[in-house]
Design a protein around this ligand. Structure first.
Ligand code: FES
Ligand code: FES
Length: 225
């Protein structure tokens, strides 16, 4: 086959005789020694392999390298390196937004594109007003990041980090009654972030434990009868 030319992190690579079945992720990791993008599931479920193609986030494991001749590809190495971190990378460090760090390159690439999408006023599935991008409450960030799984469940701090950069770069104000801090304090981002909580869920009070226990007991007794 002919030579494939890829531009990754502003550097041009020529790949002669590449097997056309090779994914973009495998080209980066195994052919070019760009190991920042991670292989988690290898079939589009976890987002660990997220990279940017022409500024848009993409799962590197789900796309063939031969489809990207001439595209501008950015991996985490192009987002920022240890001596020159991006604002998001700094915010992830500051807010301790990782534990093992395996998902982190994908999270940061994804959040980098998220900020551009918000700047461009793209709606998300939970945006309530298409003309005025929503105040980016917890459920907005959660929905926009729902393609990236964190097995260590660092979601509350990931959201804090993203929120901080959004506030600085896009000027998104906190909601008066439920900003990220309030949401993280009340524990609504303690688990996996998809599906995002609705307003009603965010504002509802937890049911009294004794009521729940009484209900469960009555159900069990009913089932025994
Ligand atoms: S490795 Fe690509 S989505 Fe999981
Ligand atoms: S920090 Fe371990 S998977 Fe996210």
């Amino acid at each position: 086959m002919s030579t494939l030319t890829l531009t990754i992190n502003k550097q041009r690579y020529e790949l002669p005789d590449l097997d056309p079945r090779t994914t973009l992720l495998d080209v980066c990791r195994h052919h070019l020694n760009l190991t920042g993008a991670k292989k988690g599931c290898d079939h589009g479920q976890c987002g660990a392999c997220t990279m940017l193609v022409n500024g848009r986030r993409i799962n590197g494991c789900l796309t063939l390298a031969v489809m990207h001749d001439g595209d501008e590809i950015t991996t985490i190495e192009g987002v920022g390196m240890p001596d020159d971190l991006s604002a998001l990378q700094e915010a992830f460090k500051k807010h301790d937004a990782f534990q093992c760090g395996y998902c982190t390159p994908g999270q940061i690439c994804s959040a980098t594109a998220l900020i551009d999408e918000v700047k461009a006023q793209w709606p998300s599935h939970v945006s309530s007003d298409l003309q005025v991008p929503d105040v980016l409450q917890i459920q907005e960030i959660a929905e926009r990041m729902s393609g990236n799984i964190c097995r260590c469940s660092a979601y509350p701090n990931i959201i804090k980090a993203i929120k901080e950069v959004l506030d600085a770069k896009v000027g998104v104000a906190d909601s008066a009654d439920m900003g990220t801090d309030a949401a993280t304090k009340t524990g609504v981002v303690s688990g996996i972030w998809s599906p995002p909580a609705s307003d009603a869920q965010l504002h509802s009070k937890p049911k009294a434990t004794s009521d729940s226990l009484a209900e469960t007991k009555a159900q069990v007794q009913g089932a025994d009868a």
